[in-house]
Design a protein around this ligand. Structure first.
Ligand SMILES: C[S@@+](CC[C@H](N)C(=O)[O-])C[C@H]1O[C@@H](n2cnc3c(N)ncnc32)[C@H](O)[C@@H]1O
Length: 281
């Protein structure tokens, strides 16, 4: 079987963490997360997982796995919710890596778009080739060209998981403002944490992408900070990442309960939802 190489110490490599985390959760918490696809995709990669495997065996490492699996669950809730009122909508995964949320939420009539850098889309095309009504786009999110490729005539739900931590604050702001103008009535959902959380990530996740100074990168103390960004946002809301969509507090160990509390109160890990005005300026 051909195995697809993932280059170490690149932004591309960051897709390994959520993918492998979902596989680990599927093994360790099968009552909470079942993800046989994550296991299949990991098997298709030429990548030495032993270092990540060792890290995820510790209590703290396993919590990282829980976070990424829970995050996918949260975002899938937002996608399914939007599809209830816009069944034929565009379901757009920004910085998709090897995440298959569209397939998990596919209602048989919506359309999926998965956007990432060309090297990632090459691997995605091999391991997760586009299914019916699904398109993989090898484009940079910081270049507006990707917007021309989205047919949002029946509505659009955009989502990003683990992506904006790698973006400069000013680029995130420019992106959201352009999206709001370009896609009136659409919804954008993504995960965020505060500066303390981002600083903690520089020791782990962000380090792999070569980011050591988070000063100019995106983080949020509160979702309300986004309200003033654009007159084209009609509503900004947020929920706890670990407890807002499905509360797993009672299903995890004491250490993980403490870590959930820490994430809520001190790191402010949230899922943010922005609704764009129907009548954009
Ligand atoms: C941590 S991974 C998350 C992958 C996926 N969302 C998940 O949760 O499994 C971050 C992804 O964002 C992609 N990415 C980062 N900057 C990007 C950009 N400017 N344009 C498109 N994709 C980008 C990376 O290539 C990588 O696949």
């Amino acid at each position: 079987m051909t195995k697809y190489h993932i280059e170490k110490n690149t932004v591309q490599e960051t897709l390994i963490i959520p993918l492998y985390g979902r596989k680990v959760c599927s093994e360790k918490f099968p009552h909470l997360f079942k993800d046989p696809e994550a296991e299949r995709i990991c098997d298709g990669l030429d990548y030495n997982f032993s270092e990540k495997g060792k890290k995820m065996e510790s209590g703290a490492g396993l919590f990282g796995a829980l976070e990424v699996a829970q995050r996918q669950y949260d975002i899938a809730c937002e996608v399914r919710d939007y599809l209830k009122t816009h069944p034929r909508a565009a379901v757009v995964n920004l910085g998709c890596g090897l995440d298959d949320t569209f397939r998990k939420c596919d209602n048989g009539v919506c359309r999926g778009y998965n956007i990432d850098m060309p090297d990632v889309i090459e691997i995605r095309n091999a391991l997760l080739p586009p299914a019916q009504r699904e398109t993989n786009l090898a484009l940079d999110l910081n270049d507006d060209k990707w917007m021309d490729r989205i047919d949002a005539g029946d509505g659009a739900i955009f989502y990003a998981t683990g992506v904006f931590y790698y973006f400069k604050l000013e680029d995130v702001k420019a992106l959201f403002c352009k999206m709001a103008r370009r896609f009136p009535g659409a919804v954008l959902a993504f995960d965020a944490c505060n500066r303390r959380g981002a600083r903690m990530m520089t020791k782990t996740w962000l380090k792999e992408a070569g980011i050591t100074d988070v000063g100019t990168f995106f983080s949020l103390e509160s979702a309300s900070e986004l309200e003033g960004w654009s007159a084209d946002f009609s509503e900004v809301s947020s929920k706890s990442y670990m407890r807002g969509y499905r509360d797993i507090y009672c299903d995890v160990s004491l250490l993980h309960k403490l870590m959930i509390r820490f994430c809520d109160s001190l790191v402010k890990m949230i899922i943010v939802k922005i609704r764009f005005r129907e009548d954009a300026t």
